[in-house]
Ligand binder design. Structure first.
Ligand code: SF4
Ligand code: SF4
Ligand code: FES
Length: 253
């Protein structure tokens, strides 16, 4: 009986196949798949170019074109459904100038960024970075705020950046916008934003050793004991309200 029902459902929901072109080669894939799943359907295995599958990590930046359209489009492969005849490739990594440093010694002065990334001042205001951003970050505006010395506005404007690097791939000034803006957010978070009192209290609780004994206990467990502890842990129910608390409250901050 269940087989018959299954047959009916399959007949009702026959999959529509559409052509897409991955790095110039045609594949027919089921309509409705994300670009990432369609690539896997076509036989690609992701070792790089895939991370979270949830639109957060920035590993799956993709560029594509549509027939008869001069525009170049961008997308996150894990978040965007395939369209018939899209012509695509992934750019999971783009080489970018990066200046590492000791952020503990970094002050809130805008010159901290200016001296590390003087190429900032080569911006020609073409806005290509903003147009390509799959997260709709106003990239050029954020870069302008850095140039003006307004780190707070640069940090807020670039808050949605997921470090995919596509903006850098388009920049006339050859600048690494995403590294520059990440530094702005780090300086803002570490030096400019007001400190959260509850966060400071939590750090002090940890420093005072509240979790030390439990950590030592966990570190002595073997693999089986760790697996058992993990699978038997108390999990917040999906339907839990804001006031949900675990039965064991010893480790709540
Ligand atoms: S600002 Fe650049 S690196 Fe960040 S999400 Fe947009 S295109 Fe990607
Ligand atoms: S792509 Fe480069 S040069 Fe063009 S606006 Fe963006 S930062 Fe400036
Ligand atoms: S896999 Fe992380 S954003 Fe797509």
């Amino acid at each position: 009986m269940s087989n018959e029902k299954g047959k009916t459902q399959n007949a009702t929901h026959a999959t529509n196949m559409i052509p897409i072109y991955i790095m110039g080669k045609r594949y027919d894939v089921p309509e409705g798949l994300t670009i990432m799943k369609a690539m896997e359907y076509a036989g690609y295995q992701f070792i790089r170019g895939c991370g979270c599958r949830g639109g957060i990590c920035g590993a799956c930046g993709t560029v594509y074109r549509k027939p008869g359209d001069y525009k170049i489009y961008t997308a996150l492969a894990c978040q965007t459904a395939v369209e018939a005849n899209m012509y695509l490739t992934q750019i999971p990594f783009y080489p970018a100038h990066h200046v590492s440093g000791n952020y503990q010694e970094t002050t809130e002065a805008p010159e901290e960024i200016h001296k590390r990334y003087p190429e900032l001042f080569r911006c020609v205001a073409c806005n290509a970075c903003t147009k390509i951003c799959p997260m709709d970050v106003e990239v050029m505006d954020a870069i302008s705020y850095v140039k003006q010395g307004n780190i707070e506005k640069a940090a807020h404007t670039s808050f949605e950046c997921i470090q995919c690097g596509l903006c850098t791939s388009r920049c006339f000034a050859e600048m690494p916008q995403y590294h520059i803006l990440q530094l702005a957010r780090r300086i803002y978070g570490g030096r400019i934003a007001p400190k959260a009192k509850h966060n400071a209290a939590a750090v002090k609780t940890i420093a005072d050793g509240k979790f030390e004994a439990k950590m030592q206990e966990v570190m002595k467990m073997n693999t089986d004991e760790l697996k058992k502890a993990y699978t038997e842990r108390e999990i917040e129910p999906e339907t839990a309200g804001e006031d949900w608390r675990p039965e064991d409250v010893r480790f709540l901050l």
